[in-house]
Design a binder for this molecule. Structure first.
Ligand code: ATP
Ligand code: MG
Length: 425
């Protein structure tokens, strides 16, 4: 028999989810696609993943899929594999009591309608029956999708009060989808920002990370909304600021989180510092410390942010640096990103001309090689009879500077120069 690749090919995430829905329905349960995947499909977007919701309890789901695993035990979610594709199957539930502002105290299994009502926004509370090919909408979500509107399911104050993370989710969806936030929902967000402190800094950081690493228009939209809703203060553990965001607006599309944070930080705080040099010397450490805490940043992200801003500030000295200094600056691992930041800071007086000068003058140096292998090493100096100590390091640095300058063009020349520097013994 011919091997039929198509038959054995991995199903798409949607196909896999439809298989799961089909199997549950055949077994007599109500089962739908739910949440984000329904929203995204109706909008013509590619969903990140496909979730299934059902009235089958986790135990029943496990009977149908003995190899599946429970995840988030209390929430009644089972991770099923269909054709190798992982699909989360959640039992319809309602949730009560959010005493810590994040985690529901109790979970009760229920029907689809009540499950829709515990979801955050109407556009996220839709179900799709892919077998009957219909959308099940208990909350007016389709109308809000049509109107491009983010609206809380039920009373916004109450719903945000259950879980303040929803304040940031509203902003993220509004920015990502370019939707308006409906007026009552909007008013509630404005009033409740100060309670963001009740949710974990890790969750806050994760939401901000998603918002700010989105494509540029969405990233900008999110940052502006955070500011408009006065969420910037509680998110960043600092005062609310209404500032223009010219650096964030132009920093490269493909920026990582650290880079976008650096741009955002410069937009918020460079003006007060007066100059980039002063910012890097006097303000940066405290701010990085604060932001790390506020968003539970990884040490890696914090370090990249620090390094790039410091390197950008060091780059201001370019016009006065000798060739070796320029090469040393260009040879740093994060200099490309620092140059990108400088480019994004073109709106700052004087930086425009500097960026052009660096762009003009860096290329020939890069072509020449900014980090050549040193002609001489400590062993050479020890062989010349020098005793180990700081003097050796200094001499090697000086020799390397000369090599970078192009004054020493070979190992022999470098050795000869070193001999001149060391007293004969
Ligand atoms: P994304 O595309 O970003 O994954 P999503 O809508 O799928 O968006 P998820 O965080 O994956 O969002 O959550 C899946 C669904 O669970 C949501 O669509 C929503 O119905 C519900 N949900 C998630 N988080 C919350 C929350 N904090 N409060 C209420 N409902 C929530
Ligand atoms: Mg999702």
């Amino acid at each position: 028999m011919l091997y039929n690749a198509a038959m054995n090919a991995r199903p798409s995430s949607r196909e896999a989810a439809i298989r799961v829905v089909g199997k549950l329905q055949k077994a007599g349960y109500v089962a739908y696609l739910a949440g984000g995947c329904v929203r995204d499909r109706l909008l013509g977007l590619e969903p990140k993943d496909h979730d299934v919701a059902t009235d089958a309890t986790p135990d029943r789901v496990l009977q149908l899929y003995p190899k599946a695993q429970r995840v988030g035990e209390a929430f009644g979610v089972v991770l099923v594999r269909a054709g190798g594709c992982p699909i989360e199957v959640a039992t319809f539930r309602c949730e009560d009591g959010y005493s810590d502002g994040r985690h529901p105290d109790q979970v009760q299994f229920t029907d689809a309608e009540h499950d829709a009502q515990r979801r955050d926004f109407t556009i996220n509370a839709l179900f799709e029956d892919p077998i009957a090919d219909r959308v099940i909408d208990f909350v007016g979500g389709q109308e809000d999708l049509q109107a491009r509107r983010i609206r809380s399911v039920g009373d916004p104050d109450e719903r945000f009060g259950e879980d303040y993370l929803r304040l940031l989710r509203a902003v993220r969806f509004a920015a990502r989808l370019d939707f308006q936030i409906e007026i009552r929902t909007s008013r509630a967000i404005r009033n409740l920002g100060r309670y963001l402190g009740q949710i974990s800094r890790e969750r806050i950081g994760q939401e901000i990370g998603w918002m700010l690493t989105a494509p540029r228009p969405q990233r900008m939209h999110a940052a502006k909304l955070l500011q408009d809703y006065h969420l910037d203060g509680p998110v960043l553990l600092e005062d609310h600021l209404a500032v223009a965001l010219p650096t964030l607006a132009v920093v490269a599309e493909q920026s990582d989180f650290a880079q976008v944070l650096a741009a955002w930080m410069l937009d918020r705080h460079l003006r007060d510092a007066g100059s980039l040099t002063n910012f890097a010397d006097q303000h940066l450490d405290n701010l990085a410390h604060r932001w790390r805490k506020a968003m539970c940043l990884s040490n890696d992200t914090r370090d990249l942010l620090l390094t790039r801003i410091r390197l950008a500030a060091a780059g201001l000295a370019w016009p006065t640096l000798p060739k070796a200094g320029r090469k040393r600056w260009l040879a740093q691992a994060q200099t490309d990103r620092a140059r990108q930041l400088l480019r994004a800071l073109r709106h700052v007086h004087g930086i425009d001309a500097l960026v052009d000068q660096i762009d003009r003058e860096a290329n020939p140096l890069l072509e020449e090689g900014v980090a050549p292998f040193p002609y001489v090493t400590g062993d050479d100096l020890l062989e010349m009879g020098l005793r180990p100590g700081p003097a050796i390091g200094k001499l090697l640095e000086a020799a390397y500077d000369r090599q970078l300058e192009g004054d020493l063009k070979s190992r022999d020349a470098s050795l000869a120069w070193l001999r001149e520097q060391t007293p004969q013994r």
